[in-house]
Design a protein around this ligand. Structure first.
Ligand code: ARG
Length: 231
């Protein structure tokens, strides 16, 4: 019956922002990463296909609300503010924020004494942290915060000395230290949890994703994916 099954299988449109390795990134012209594998594994359990759409991070929630995408899987932190708008699954990953600088400049204390130019991805929790703690407090002038759509451009600007530091999720910063001449000089303990998100009230889909996450945790598949992408 596999023919009948696949003929009627559902495709969910999954929104992500694919400059966030190792959660979602482009390799060989394909979307790959921990999040991509995760949603595909859940699809295998429940018999749905996924179509990945790469959207700017701050457009993900609006796209969910207008029905352009069905699910957000983007290393998105569960926050109270976002929870007022969308429905999140149970957490599937934990992270803090990192302060990332050019390699070899981690011990260069001048960066602490001058007013650094700090990069973030627009609309992320890193953006929020810098805005609340450094801009709104008056410590840094507004112009010192540079917002980027993708981390590809942000990392490039850091390496090219257009930025002094980048604030981003620690697992992603860790990954960039392996592929780019950058290093981590500090961790900001924000205690974030990642969840997938669906449109408010989409109960059946939410339940399926929650059950799927639990099943992958219980079967050891989740650990396998962690091993694959983080070791
Ligand atoms: N965890 C952070 C947040 O939710 C950053 C997520 C960025 N994700 C991405 N795919 N670019 O705000």
């Amino acid at each position: 019956f596999s023919f009948v099954f696949s003929a009627f299988s559902v495709t969910y449109v999954v929104g992500t922002e694919a400059s966030f390795p190792p959660f979602e990134y482009v390799e060989g012209g394909k979307f790959v990463g921990f999040d991509i594998d995760l949603i595909k594994e859940i699809g295998k359990i429940y018999g749905f296909d996924v179509e990945i759409r790469d959207i700017s991070f701050d457009s993900l929630i609006p796209s969910l609300m207008t029905g352009n995408i069905d699910i957000i899987v983007a290393g998105m932190t569960i926050t109270e503010e976002r929870e007022r708008v969308v429905d999140f699954t149970i957490p599937y990953f934990s992270a803090d924020q990192s302060i990332m600088v050019r390699k070899g400049e981690g011990t260069n204390l001048t960066v602490l004494f001058k007013k650094p130019k700090i990069g973030v991805q627009t609309g992320t929790t890193g953006d929020l942290w810098v805005t609340e703690n450094l801009i709104d407090t008056g410590y840094l002038p507004k112009a010192n915060l540079i917002r980027y759509d993708t981390f590809n451009f942000a990392v490039r600007d850091l390496v090219n000395k257009n930025l002094d530091a980048l604030i981003l999720d620690n697992p992603v910063a860790q990954r960039f230290t392996k592929t780019d001449p950058v290093e981590i000089v500090g961790i900001i303990k924000t205690n974030e949890n990642y969840g997938m998100a669906v449109a408010p009230g989409n109960k059946d889909l939410l339940n399926m994703l929650n059950e799927g996450i639990t099943k992958l945790q219980e079967s050891g598949k989740m650990d396998e994916l962690i091993e694959k992408y983080f070791k």
